[in-house]
Design a protein around this ligand. Sequence first.
Ligand SMILES: Cc1cc2nc3c(=O)[nH]c(=O)nc-3n(C[C@H](O)[C@H](O)[C@H](O)COP(=O)(O)OP(=O)(O)OC[C@H]3O[C@@H](n4cnc5c(N)ncnc54)[C@H](O)[C@@H]3O)c2cc1C
Length: 604
Amino acid sequence: QDFDYVIVGGGASGALVAAKLSANPSVRVAILEAGFLVENNAAIVPALFGSFIGNPDLDWGFTSTPQDHLNGRQLGLPRGKALGGTAAVNGMYFVRGSTAEYDAWEKLGNPGWNWNTINEHIKSIESFTPAPPEIAQEFGSEDAGHGTQGPINVTFSNYYAPNSVIPAFRKTMQSLGVAGNKAASAGSNLGVYEVPTAVDHTNRTRSYVVNGFLEPNKNRQNLVINTGALVTNINFASGSPLLATGVQYIQNNVTKILKVKPSGKVILAAGTYQTPKILQLSGIGNATLLKSLNIEARNNLPGVGQNLQDHVGVLGVWEINPAVGQSYDAILTNATFATEQWASYLANRTGVYASVPGSTVVFMPYSAFIPPARLTQLKADLDQELKAFKGTPYETQLALQRQILDDESVPQVELVMTTQVQSALVTPELGKSYLSIAANVVRPFSRGSVYPSSTDPTARPAINLNYLGIHHGKPLQLAFLVPLIQNRMSDFQILKEAFSFVLNNVTKTAPFSDILTVLREPSNTTDAGISQYIIDNIFSVWHPCGSSSMLPISQNGVVDSKLKVYGTKNVHVVDAGLIPLELSTHTMATVYGNAAFAAELISI
Ligand SMILES: Cc1cc2nc3c(=O)[nH]c(=O)nc-3n(C[C@H](O)[C@H](O)[C@H](O)COP(=O)(O)OP(=O)(O)OC[C@H]3O[C@@H](n4cnc5c(N)ncnc54)[C@H](O)[C@@H]3O)c2cc1C
């Protein structure tokens, strides 16, 4: 029997759309997921979320192409390979951006895609449990604007180690002019606060699309969940617009096809890095590129794989006074402590393992950390640089992004404070306590691309995030690049300003500064030393989007505002790749909200 909906990828977006669509018993829905259901894996335990990285059973383990602006360095790009996708293994922050950022999607030509719509859909899937009053008071937990009836449980940590660090950090940020925010989920995410996480407060385990949406519906006769199924391409009937007739995949080394009814739909949810690859291997993409790969172009759509955006960050590591308490690192350095804590987690869901380490964030506009005269100069430099995009597909969106930059309600930079070592440069030692502070550029001007590296569907895609370069794909050598990027308001310059603010202001202002004892990294804090440290150490903050953008074709668009791929009759994209302009926030809650909205649009 053919299917009404074949969903490619059972991750955050795909699994949610599958659950929504299959609520209608008269349609048949299938998920094809390359990974497997992972039950009782370590990533279900909040403090162990990072443990999937590098595990080939759970992590696609991508790397970027050598980055022009990072001395040819290749960055690790983990992605979840499992039912639940990256939501099965991620950091569980459940956060939203600010109103103007979502409204910008609508301004880019997408009626209905605005804060009100997306936020209502996020609320519909969320079941929020506020922090107890004493915790909320002490740690600055926010509590306004949440949903309370949805299947994804959201709450706050119940363990803060060492517990005096966060209040001190918050007081210091406030004395530097950054206010707290008790309503960060209600349309303005600026300020310093504790983030809610997608953790079930009753058993302190990950709450995600699998236990929230798929498990309760697994007995539906009209929902087929096919794991270990690597999708290679979509098959089309002859004619135009393209009508998808089935989805081809490899399972146990056998090539198979799942057929779609003529009235049915293929829904791509393979994530920002892999949906473009599937489109391109199916003959949808830039015709010149496809020709160079010996792929017959069925639909010349140049935006496929373009407009790739990601958050990018750099972090410092400090030793802190051990008298204030042990940092999360103690579960690595002190076996007795780890055993006690694990027992406490198993017995009553308390202790280190019960909470995501590092849920204190700061979201700021440029003016919070860049003096006015300098900011005026940087903006003038940016305006100069953006002239290069006139007449290109990026002109409209970059102009809008530039406009939003003047909107002080929209953060441009995030700081994340974590009471643990988060850098491979520092090995935690027994008896010492640490913290890390990351500075992340969250509304980058750089644009990258993702393409298949060959026609082999099992080959990794070529992912060029073009970090720290706003000139998309322009090959520049570091020798002359460094003076260029240091003089202009590229993402590099902003990262450097933000990181310098951390090094020179945040960590030098009481009461937070009283806790810190030794700056471990960066070891060279001269101006040149910090520049080099950034080039050598920046990392992906794991929120890629944009590679299947919901934009007009002329602006590198891939899908229309109903999420249908241009030039097709029945192929849709619902994953993070549809986001046309990166948000300042972590992506999961928005991906869920988008998917809930997508299910409505697609089922019409
Ligand atoms: C380490 C890490 C930590 C993160 N932490 C947070 C956080 O704390 N908060 C937050 O908001 N966001 C976080 N994110 C980002 C968030 O998880 C993603 O934005 C979100 O999961 C994206 O959803 P998606 O549906 O687009 O893709 P995914 O959830 O990645 O789903 C894609 C699915 O498609 C499958 N797939 C891919 N190719 C194929 C194929 N060819 N055939 C069949 N199946 C295929 C994959 O296996 C996967 O299951 C984090 C990301 C990472 C990597």
